[in-house]
Design a binder for this molecule. Structure first.
Ligand SMILES: [Zn+2]
Length: 261
């Protein structure tokens, strides 16, 4: 499921392949992927324009086409594909953008949990949807993160995934950040110390940066991560403790029963 690192790579992919090219045709293959817009409105808005800028916030991608914004959310299985030969169109392409130069950009999404929409400018969208700062925003600091958590009710993992406190973490990397900082995902946020909140914030950022770097180079996850050991009864790569499974915030959660407290 695409979280911040995957969407960051889609953003770079979009920038590399789609910026600056004139849009010659917009084909909606499956209108169920559209948010509030319609195929006709999307076609009218984009045809003849060029994408001039692309930006990511959390798990959201925003592409500007000459002062209009296209918003992409990748749901569970969304991804982008750029190709020149139409026979390479991916199987679950829901939207295809043809460029005057002969290339095609498809948004592929088997499960259809993603969303494509026309959007207000990203800052307005972020405000309207109550999104927190992007997890990798250089201006975001432990000192800004901690007060966003303090006084909040609920399990720490559920809050990390909510997107309101920090934008970009989903099920996988919320678990990973808690694993790295030795915090039990079920712990109530109100029982987190300032020092622990700082540790968690730094761990989350370090993990996200490392994953982006490794994925960009086609590498797998480090063996000391929880990710390769997400199975009940596995051994923790850090302390040898037993990996446990729980449901937190409605999502399947893995943690080390020994070093996460
Ligand atoms: Zn452990």
């Amino acid at each position: 499921m695409p979280e911040l690192p995957e969407v960051e790579l889609y953003t770079r992919y979009f920038a590399e392949h789609a910026l600056g090219q004139k849009i010659s045709r917009v084909v909606v293959r499956d209108a169920r992927i559209l948010g509030a817009t319609t195929p006709a409105r999307l076609r009218a808005a984009l045809t003849g324009r060029r994408f001039t800028r692309v930006r990511r916030h959390g798990k959201h991608l925003f592409a500007e086409a000459e002062s209009l914004w296209l918003h992409l959310h990748f749901g569970m299985t969304g991804e982008l594909a750029y190709y020149r030969d139409t026979r390479d169109e991916p199987r679950f392409a829901r939207l295809v953008i043809d460029f005057a130069g002969g290339g095609h950009l498809a948004y592929d999404d088997m499960r259809l949990f993603g969303v494509i929409d026309l959007s207000p400018a990203p800052d307005e969208f972020i405000y309207a949807h109550g999104l927190g700062p992007d997890a990798l925003d250089p201006r975001f600091t432990p000192g800004a993160f901690t007060p966003r958590l303090v006084g909040r009710r609920g399990a720490i993992k559920a809050l990390l995934m909510s997107q309101e406190i920090i934008a970009g973490l989903g099920n996988l990397y919320a678990d990973e950040a808690l694993f790295a900082s030795g915090i039990d995902p079920r712990r109530p946020a109100e029982r987190l110390s300032t020092a622990e909140a700082g540790l968690l914030f730094r761990a989350a950022r370090q993990i996200l940066r490392q994953v982006i770097k490794r994925k960009a180079m086609g590498q797998t996850y480090p063996p000391r991560y929880l990710i390769p050991h997400r199975e009940e009864g596995e051994r923790c790569p850090r302390c040898g403790g037993e990996i446990g499974r729980a449901v937190v915030g409605g999502r399947t959660t893995f943690y080390c029963g020994r070093h996460q407290k």
